[in-house]
Write a protein that binds this ligand. Sequence first.
Ligand code: ASP
Length: 578
Amino acid sequence: MRTDYCGELRADDIGREVSVCGWVDRRREHGEHLAFIDLRDRTGVVQCVVDERHDLRSEYVARVTGTVRARPDGTANPTLATGEVEVGDCQVEVLSAAEPPPFPLHSRTEVDENVRLRYRYVDLRGERLQRNLSLRAAVNSAIRRSMEAQRFTEVETPMLVASTPEGARDFVVPSRLHPGRFYALPQSPQIFKQLCMVGGIDRYYQIARCLRDEDLRADRQFEFMQLDAEASFAGQHDVMAFITEAVFAAVEATTGNRPADPITMSWTDAMERYGTDKPDVRFGLELVELTGLFEGTEAKVFQVECVKGINCKGGGGSLGRNAVDELTRKCRQWGAKGLAWFRVGGNGALDGALTKFMSDAEQAALGPAMGAEPGDLLLLVADRRQTVRDVLGLLRLELGRPPVTEGGLHFVWVTDFPLFESIDDQGRPISAHHPFTMPHPEDVGLLDGAGEELLAVRSQAYDMVLNGWELGSGSVRIHRPDIQRAVFRALGIGDDEAEERFGFLLDAFRYGAPPHAGFAFGIDRLVAILAGEENIREVIAFPKTQSGADPLSNSPTPISDRHLDELGLHVLPPPAAG
Ligand code: ASP
């Protein structure tokens, strides 16, 4: 239907007869029975001069045939790629009339997100989503090229599966042919990709849809896309190199630049210095260890397992009493008993309510230990080590965190995660990753321990972090039945339960399993950061709202009684509120 895209006509085209198709972006009356129409397609807009009698309103779809000509002297628009030309002597064919759009496409004010999602097909026409979705396509395509160049084979895995062990809640699908039985939608292709390794695929990848029934946030949707990968006869460093290469290829394809090499940091280092396993290294304000400094202290508040602090540079002057009280309130909310604070005076002396309980030596040592200068504000938390890390980790973000899209791209590999993240009420450990993660070779012996002792077992698991957002995680997998049994035993998963839940994987391992390792990273998050968006919904064509609904198709919807009967299901009334 067309000879050219609207946004691509230039002075070189002057004199050509062209046909362009698209939506009416704007209309202005010209006088002399003529009107200006800006016709828009995915490449941009071009001005067309048409007879004013044509009924061409906003968002009408039209085909315009005419001659490209220079705009009259003084009327060129340097801000527009097609601003030197216009299409004149136009014949117009209206292909589709349109009701007035539910919101203006060029609104200067934020349009309510529910309205945007309800009319997503109109929203998609706007520049922001056009740009973000093209960027996303370029990221996917660069990832595929990179993985193929690294000899990975794309394999698709099923969507109707048995429950997967990522630790979130499953979405389930009732089976009509097997009433009372359910499929789960995959939280990840984890088990299938490991089976691919047993199957000799050697290097597997997939841009995979993963589904987890979790509470939604700016960086989380029920459905999300991962670059999922697994490699045989490969270890942690090989996988980290494969993934870095694919991510960097995607960044380079979309920004023109290769980012700086990732920093590698152990989990312990990340927790001690940043108070989180998702260290945001774009800014300082690192946590300073002060436990040794307060050893043998008279001050009761500091007679605890751990004391750490943050030097808020210049905060002694800029943060008044109210601001510090507000920070204290937040620290309490996050689980601390309080926040100890000191202003650093002109001569380096400390001023704060707690100085009277501290020895002269402690007072003299604190400033230098924290690199303090006059005008700084020193903020300390004293408690159990875990609490101190958590609270100061959050306080650090509160004090200094820029929006995720600012300050360039700072990739960090976090390695040596613990195998178990915590111990539950019954004294059982909880996997930090999934139960197929290989323990650190030096720590296998510790698996026989009990309770808190198990927290010391390190794993061969690693995460990739970008600007404080977790992009993904992976691990070396257990391929030896004896180690797998020991991990299951530590987790309190007996032989019968292991057989029932993962029997088919364990069976497969009896038929010749290569050592293997893998990773998965979240494409939505990477694309959001590259697009300068803080919310992944802006880089997803049809996302769900924060409450998990889709205002466009109205899902989730009830289903008919007949359909329920067929599935052998009976729906209970919702529990009474309160
Ligand atoms: N399946 C894991 C996840 O989705 C990633 C991996 O271990 O490869 O988080």
